[in-house]
Ligand binder design. Sequence first.
Ligand code: HEM
Length: 531
Amino acid sequence: MNVHKLGIRKSNQLTTTSHMEIFSIFPSWLLTTILVLFCIFLYTLKSNSSSMVALKLPPNPPKLPIIGNMHQLLGQPRHLAFWKLSQEYGPIMLLNIGSKSCLIISSSTMAKQVFKDQDHILCSRPISKTTKRLTYNYVDAAFSPHSNHSKKMRKVLVSEFMGPKRARVSNHVLLTEVEIMLRSVSLHPSNSAINLNELFLALVKALICKVAFGSSYREQPLKGPSLEVMLDEVMELMNPFLGDFFPWFGPIFDQISGRNHKLEKLFSNLDAYIQTYIDEHHNHIGQVYDEDKDFLHTLLELSSTENASGDDRLTIGEIKSLIVDIFLGGIDTTFTTTVWAMSEIIRSPRVMQKVQSEIRNCAGRKQKIDETDVSKMTYLKMVVKETLRLHPPAALLLPHESLSHCQVGGYDVLPETMVIINGWAIGRDPSTWGKNAAEFYPERFENLDQVEFRGGNYDMVPFGGGRRTCPAIKTAPATIEFIIANLLYWYDWKIPGGVKNEDLDMVEEGSLLITKKLPLCLIPTKHIWEG
Ligand code: HEM
């Protein structure tokens, strides 16, 4: 009994002592803090798990462990794979590709919510190994995640490359390059086909580079690969690296497969290409009149302490990244659309006849067509619009990314979700465009004045939308109209080999940029005016 009592007492004593010891080691305020923090932790855990339960995520096709939905995208162009899935799962879907969640948008209603209602949240860009490297670690305008810096760079690009200051030069360069193109057509052996892909690529490349580098631009670089070779490599490397989606094992495969090495080599070639122009411009910068300054001159001025201060001053990396932006954003998109436009026109004798007579009537008999003539060519504008509806060169635009949690179409979208807008599917949606959605029919725009590239309804989105809209939304169509107007004014065109117009091959190729698989080769005949 005593022993028992003693035992109890002893154990009580022990307990009391150990409490005392704890209190002596940890002061009471610390223990209280730990207790409060623990309660907050439990509460957060509970509220997180209850909000997880309450989340309403978009429809998600069945997925496999580790790779997620990747197997559903293999072996076909991505815009087609997404479109097929959307037929089953709807205009908003959530796919998992490795570690990334991707929201796939396939209707104008959903696109409107992304570009308008939630634009402030869905305006960022996902990071990837290729874009990070080619943009000098995201100091550019086009591919950087949303930030004050990316906004600043977009402003510089828009005002200095596309703004009114540069418009005069751009127009002059366009006129000159179109003349060069027409001369090369006139020198072509008669009755033989011209490869219009080559013709348009040379024109657009010269146009962008002459506005960027001025008269120092050379068609072939002094050393290293040509710009078009580098652009082809960019397109290949823009396809995601495994490491972008599978951070645990992907980087090893990227290393073994040689993709990392390819990217490094491409970057160093592209960097050297731009550096040559920077060196040349540095050598002459004091000797150039204001009116002769090209884009690169202006950027270099903005990098000097005399002309810019603090945050406004550009670094050499920032300058190079803006040049990369206009190369990647401007050349292939414009030249590919011109090829599609000319292909659709030649395929339909009705459209050809109508657009050609408009062009010839509006311009009348003259030596040169100018911008004012083209501004009157309403049917030609519809033809270019219809081309961009059916063949948006960037079928999936550029991916966006969510900055924080938001809702689209009543579904929850979590932070850091990649948002892919299927511009190709939106432009061909029969619920918007009717039964003849897949047909090339420019007249559909006659009564649809409100369907602008960036109209209120997002029925077609070849230039994207919201704050990341393509800054060339007005200038690029005007350039294409001008090229087509000139080709059709001076020449009549036919397909070689007796192929019927409607049988012209229109097979698509590519995943980021959807090009015509076979080059467009046509025979020109100089137009003879009657009387
Ligand atoms: C037919 C020609 C063109 C088409 C169809 C086109 C299409 C696009 C598309 C779909 C985007 C992504 C928009 C988004 O994320 O929502 C984009 C962005 C961009 N484009 Fe274009 N583009 C064309 C011509 C050009 C040209 C000529 C340039 C410059 C010389 C250019 C520069 C850019 C830039 C800098 C961006 C990034 C804008 C940003 O993220 O803020 N594009 N373009």
